[in-house]
Design a binder for this molecule. Structure first.
Ligand code: NOJ
Length: 540
């Protein structure tokens, strides 16, 4: 990971865009997005200015968990297309100067995967040990108290072979036994299969789950559990996740990537900062980017966010590269969480912090969570815990392309209903409106990608209070930028003793002020964010 002459890798100075393939663009009228559909929209992504596209899983799957239950790691589900469509997609992405990142789901397979079919066929099958099979306790109950993220026990009884198998998610998603060297080799070869094709990297699903306590010790009770939380949160995952040996696995995966040029790995990891940092690995030989979910989990308060950023920056290992995320296919959308006005502030934050930003499809047009009527819920997490409102469907609805019927996503009934407001919130309408969210995203991306200070420069916290958050980005030999974010709906001031702000407003949420010279002290409207290009003699 050495950087010469300040040169950064594409996954450091670029911007990642996550596509949930079912919901991006349908090309064959079955109401589900597909690879040819994505190909049709690549010009849009290029124009938006993103550098890499991450696709949620596109492999053959019974779709019990919408693709996160894979029955063949080396093919494409017919719903999405063919391997030949994939090759075309990869070529088209690369010919636009972009990169392609695939989802890799190594923790578990589908119960329909040939490996599991073999494994469950008999206790003496050579693949028996590829999964986590255990006897029950003497009274016949499951081996321990571990709970499934999707509700109920994480152990499923198998009548044929009279043992339990472990599944951190659905019973249709049995966990692989990563202590088994054959499993390791098989999955590393899956990586090689896609890397040989030219794929640029992987987003690794639930990386912190991959190894579990060998002694299967019971998880302790969570003293902070509250009834609205997911049932598995009744226990702390002390023994079922984030075990020390997982880092050897991560290192092996990394070593495969290093057999190739400039390939990368993002780890999906929901852990506190200190534990998260360990996934960078010794000498940064772990995950290139352990996903940083701070912005989607913390209360939207200026001081809280400012402190968390400091803590994260301070905890990064030397040479470890930061990254930022506002949303993904498992979380409420940022616009629903903080409102449309603050979603603009969030965009400014995401695209001016130090570190690789990942945009979740639709964020750039301010898409909101769509309420899905009870009878239409698809997500197993929602269906299994119906009283807890945990369905992830609302954040997975079809991309809103235009104001035609079905928003240009499909000409048939979409697999999930569209936002009621799509005729106003869509790409085509926003492309024609210079004050739209899309226009803001485009301008932010252009600025970030043309200014070294914003793209890869240093981050310096300047000020935060209960409303305002201010920080500086700078890179030697280049213009410096001061970012001021009013994270509240009420006006506020930036008036810090001994600081002279002299500069020009480069981008503002309230555009009228763009291009204006700044005289201190600055007063900000509620929900206002400013990016100021500082004059060389400003004292900041
Ligand atoms: C994390 C994925 O992001 C989520 O969508 C999925 O349900 C679980 N892992 C299980 O694979």
């Amino acid at each position: 990971m050495e950087q010469k002459d300040n040169k950064h890798f594409w996954w450091q100075d670029g911007i990642i865009y996550q596509i949930y393939p079912r919901s991006y663009q349908d090309s064959n009228g079955d109401g589900v997005g597909d690879l040819p559909g994505i190909i049709r929209r690549l010009d849009y992504l290029q124009e938006l200015g993103v550098s890499a596209v991450w696709l949620s899983p596109i492999y053959p799957s019974p779709m019990a968990d919408y693709g996160y239950d894979i029955s063949d790691y080396q093919d494409i589900d017919p719903l999405f297309g063919t391997l030949s469509d994939f090759d075309t997609l990869l070529h088209e992405v690369h010919s636009r100067g972009m990169k392609l990142i695939l989802d890799l789901v190594p923790n578990h397979t589908s119960d329909q995967h040939a490996w599991f079919q073999e494994s469950r066929s008999s206790r003496s099958n050579p693949k028996r040990d590829w999964y986590l099979w255990h006897d029950g306790r003497p009274d016949g109950s499951p081996p321990n108290n571990w709970l499934s993220v999707f509700g109920g026990s994480a152990w499923e009884w198998d009548e044929t072979t009279q043992q339990y198998y472990y599944h951190a998610f659905l019973k249709e998603q049995p966990d692989l036994n990563w202590r088994n060297p054959e499993v390791q080799e098989a999955m590393l070869n899956v990586m090689r299969f896609w890397l040989d094709k030219g794929v640029d990297g992987f987003r690794v699903d639930v990386m912190w789950h991959m190894i579990k306590d060998e002694q299967l010790r019971n998880n302790p009770t969570n003293p902070n559990y509250e009834p609205h939380m997911s049932t598995h949160e009744q226990l702390l995952p002390t023994y079922s996740t984030d075990q020390a040996e997982v880092h050897d696995i991560v290192q092996k995966m990394r070593a495969v990537l290093d057999e190739y040029d400039e390939r990368m790995m993002i780890g999906e990891i929901y852990l506190p900062i200190q534990q998260l940092m360990v996934y960078y690995g010794i000498d940064n030989k772990g995950a290139h980017l352990p996903f940083n979910f701070l912005l989607l989990s913390l209360p939207w308060e200026a001081q809280t966010i400012a402190r968390a950023i400091d803590e994260y920056e301070g905890a990064l290992p030397s040479g470890g590269w930061p990254n930022w995320v506002l949303g993904n296919h498992d979380q409420p959308r940022i616009t629903s969480r903080v409102g449309l006005q603050q979603a603009k502030i969030a965009a400014l934050l995401l695209l001016t912090l130090r570190g690789t930003p990942t945009i979740y499809y639709g964020e750039e047009i301010g898409m909101r969570d769509v309420p899905i009527p009870f009878g239409e819920v698809q997500d197993p997490q929602g269906l299994n815990m119906p009283d807890k409102n945990l369905s992830r469907d609302p954040a997975r609805t079809p991309m809103q392309w235009d104001d035609s019927e079905n928003a240009g996503f499909t000409d048939q009934k979409p697999w999930l209903r569209l936002a009621r407001s799509y005729r106003r919130f869509n790409v085509a309408t926003q492309q024609a409106d210079s004050h739209s969210m899309l226009a803001l995203y485009k301008r932010l991306i252009r600025l970030r990608q043309s200014e070294p200070s914003l793209m890869t420069g240093h981050y310096v916290p300047v000020y935060s209070d209960h409303q305002l958050f201010a920080y500086l980005r700078h890179q030697e030999g280049h213009d410096r930028f001061l970012i001021l974010l009013n994270m509240s709906p009420r006006p506020c001031y930036f008036n810090v003793p001994n600081v002279t702000i002299k500069g020009t407003v480069e981008i503002a949420t309230h555009q009228e002020i763009e291009g204006e010279k700044i005289q201190e002290p600055i007063s900000l409207y509620g929900d206002e964010g400013l990016i100021i290009r500082l004059d060389p003699d400003a004292t900041l």
